[in-house]
Design a protein around this ligand. Sequence first.
Ligand code: C2O
Ligand code: CU
Ligand code: CU
Length: 517
Amino acid sequence: MAQSLSRRHFLARALGATGAMVAARITAGISLPLLASACGGGSAALSTLGTINPNAGTLPIPPLDTGTVGATARVFSLTMQPGTSELIPGVQTPTLGYNGSLLGPTLRMRLGEDVEIGVTNTIGETTTTHWHGMHLPAVMDGGPHQEIPNGTSWTARFTVRNQASTLWYHPHTHGRTGVQVFQGLAGMIIVDDANADGLNLPSDYGVDDIPLVIQDRRFQSNGNLDYLSQMHDQLGMKGDRILVNGKETPTLNAPAQWVRLRILNGSNARIYHLGFSDNRSFRQIASDGGLLTTPVTLNRVLLSPGERAEIMVDLSADLNGSLTLRSYSSEVVNSLYMSGGMGSGMGGGGMGGMTDTLDNSDFDIMSIRVDRAAVNNPTLPVTLNTIPTLTASAPDRLFTLERRMGTFTINNKAMDLNRIDETITLGATEVWQVTNNHAMPHPFHIHDELFQILTRNGVAPPANERGWKDTVLLKPREVVRFIVQFKDYADATHPFMYHCHILEHEDNAMMGQFVVV
Ligand code: C2O
Ligand code: CU
Ligand code: CU
């Protein structure tokens, strides 16, 4: 009873007054007409489902923000604000953004420096801003305990201890993360360091070093975003339109040379299996927490919500040519969503399913047009980074992901802001063993520290998963062991979070808290 009440409350808050009715009916287990259709046609009329929208424009590049260097810190200032954006050509959509109407600037900072980020909230409701992947004190983390009421500001101060990497920031509001991110609140962070500086990687921001925030959205026929209006959205909100940096299936104009793509899956729930239309290989050079030891040659990379991959693609022979970045989702749908039991009944793109049409197909993300000769001379390094080997002696700390009575749980518990689930000794190196006991995939994310994956179902992970990570995708019934050292930032009163990064699961209690003491 307590569970359904809190879930109903969550839905009501997410949806407003109409939502409360819908939520009550979902809780009662009654099927309902789709809100989108009730509103007149839903998104079908707008849809170019899975293919490049012929009217799509140029890929927007989020502004680069290096802050201002003050007396004691590099200072950034972010304002969370409402606005209107043209996500789809010709359609105006109410959105939220940082320092603008959508997404946010790419914050650029450097290992070793002190940073101060002021965040002002004018979105009309309480929010937070979390620095995903950043190693910092819990009280600066921007999780659900660091609330920023509407009309107020909050300042995060920390020393950058992360190595060169692609991180990001987004709201982490208790029960409201999904809806706030869906409306447009997210931005990228680039951390630099001396090692990366010395590698001659593509590093001309927006020219050959390209931030890509991939997100899917669903729209009502009036252009508004359509969030949690269908019963199966509770399993993870997926849209039928693919946006990159806030534009539908845009075109990147690129030089004929090695180009670096810093790819962030900023979607609420969709997993992408990325590759190029001509099936060319590319090199993954970095995972969530920094550069891999050596580039890994791939022609697909699987990216779940929250994860990042930096890839290098050689366009030197493509002058005046073009190619398409696509998601080859059909190749992985059967391994990501279990058939049998709940899976077969609800999958296959059917109503109320865990998968939709895009999950079961291959679809376009954006096109790349090679419109000019090389502008820089980056090269593919042989060696990228040194990654230490961690060892632990204590028994594994165990986590089980499940769905029970409609609530997503970790170790059979629903998130409780007033409960500390795990207490970790400062300096400890631990192995966390995470078991997915559910028919759908869950990306497991931890705050505070980066980790290294030791095994997937007892087997060493593939080469591109042997670097630093903060989010790991668990397929149905999969067991992942990762090792992590809790080096600093002891604080008995302010917890860090661990959770599923499907935002509707996170909001629906698939989260726990740990303190380092
Ligand atoms: Cu990107 Cu706790 O989240
Ligand atoms: Cu995080
Ligand atoms: Cu999940």
